[in-house]
Design a protein around this ligand. Structure first.
Ligand code: PMP
Length: 358
């Protein structure tokens, strides 16, 4: 079997050993005589998976019992709605920092629920960037402040986070657990799993428990964080197999260690940026101080040349490098599980392509 180098932005590459373990256990899970796909979500096999997933993510995020870890189907887009439904009370204002396409989607959902103040807006700026912390126009007494830690499409990433009086809420979908950070700076974080954590269609949500009490009575139970906390994410039948994969990924991360994962991510990104910065043939699309270690975005001198680049890269086994359909260009997504050898293959290809076409 030949595995390609998979630069997809999400769903994205998973650790090979996770896939192999899941394959080996697929039909007869731990000699139970059935697949985990067929097992009860209240049975002892799944129960152990669920408990380990939550415990491992608690360990990886280094968070105390003041926080609850919830596993919620619906992906990050559901969280765009759940955050204001739970935290934005009548008559209150939420501050949103608009740094790009994903932040803008979160804003749109919050505006349906309540009052939104745009604390900064760099969404349309080129080159792309996240706002400077000093430029934020925050509302005193805001219900919360929302930011997007890494803009997956534009490739702009917060390198440090603002200290806010109101609870800070972050969409960390595309850089969760790619680097250590202090969870205590946040009231709530959420992440669609399909980049660094596992399959699509589910989000990891970490919420300071006291914030879950804010929710109004007329919010349906399935949309309340309170329900997920009280029922340990087993109020409804959870996406058991997705959580199983997330559990295996959490084991893999614990084995490597977050510091090592971070170091490896920085090395991978630095190598690609060095080629981009090398000769002017490739043009990075994000400003240097906030360019992403996860989604590396760049352009060539024409769309025709970009098309040729993608075609030849694909032939060389480098897949998924096409930029998001809304912006075009090239995007190399190099999440935690993306192997360093794949980065070496990409930079060799980039140098070769530049040599032939520069
Ligand atoms: N936020 C960010 C930063 C994302 O990259 C994505 C998906 N690419 C989403 C939210 C939406 O996630 P989902 O499709 O899981 O709803």
């Amino acid at each position: 079997m030949a595995r390609v180098y998979n630069f997809n932005a999400g769903p994205a590459v998973l650790p090979l050993e996770v896939l192999e373990e899941a394959r080996d256990q697929l039909v007869d899970y731990q000699k139970s005589g059935m697949s985990l796909l067929e097992s009860s979500h209240r049975g002892k096999e799944y129960d152990a998976v669920h408990a380990e997933a939550i415990a491992n993510y608690r360990k990886l995020l280094n968070c105390s019992d003041d926080y609850a870890i919830c596993l919620i189907a619906g992906g990050a887009s559901l969280q765009f709605a759940m955050v204001p439904l739970n935290l934005l009370g009548a008559g209150q204002t939420a501050d949103y920092i608009n740094s790009g396409a994903w932040a803008a989607k979160a804003v749109k959902e919050a505006q349906i629920v309540g009052q939104v103040n745009m604390a900064a807006n760099t969404a349309k700026e080129i080159p792309t960037r996240v706002p400077a912390i000093g430029s934020l126009k925050l509302t005193p007494g805001a219900a919360y402040v929302h930011l997007t830690s890494n803009e997956t499409i534009s490739g702009a990433q917060w390198k440090s986070f603002p200290k806010t009086e109101s609870p800070l809420v972050a969409d960390m979908s595309s850089d969760i657990l790619s680097r250590p950070f202090d969870i205590n700076q946040f009231g709530l974080i959420y992440a669609g799993a399909q980049k660094n954590l596992g399959p699509s269609g589910i989000a990891l949500v970490v919420i300071r428990k006291d914030l879950a009490g804010r929710v109004a009575d007329n919010v349906p139970a399935i949309l309340k964080y309170k329900t997920f906390i009280e029922e340990n994410s087993l109020y409804n039948t959870p996406p058991c197999f997705s959580i199983y994969i997330m559990m295996l990924v959490s084991r893999w991360m614990l084995k490597i260690g977050l510091e090592n994962i971070h170091r490896r991510n920085m090395d991978k990104a630095a190598k690609i940026y060095a080629v981009i910065d090398g000769g002017g043939f490739y043009k990075g699309t994000a400003v240097r101080e906030c360019r992403s270690d996860m989604n590396i975005t760049f352009r060539l001198s024409s769309e025709a040349l970009e098309e040729q680049f993608l075609k030849e890269a694909s032939k060389a086994g480098l897949k998924g490098l096409k930029g998001h359909r809304s912006v075009g260009g090239i995007r190399a997504s190099v999440y935690n599980a993306f192997p360093p050898e794949g980065v070496d293959a990409l930079i060799a290809f980039m140098r070769d392509f530049e040599g032939k076409n520069g």
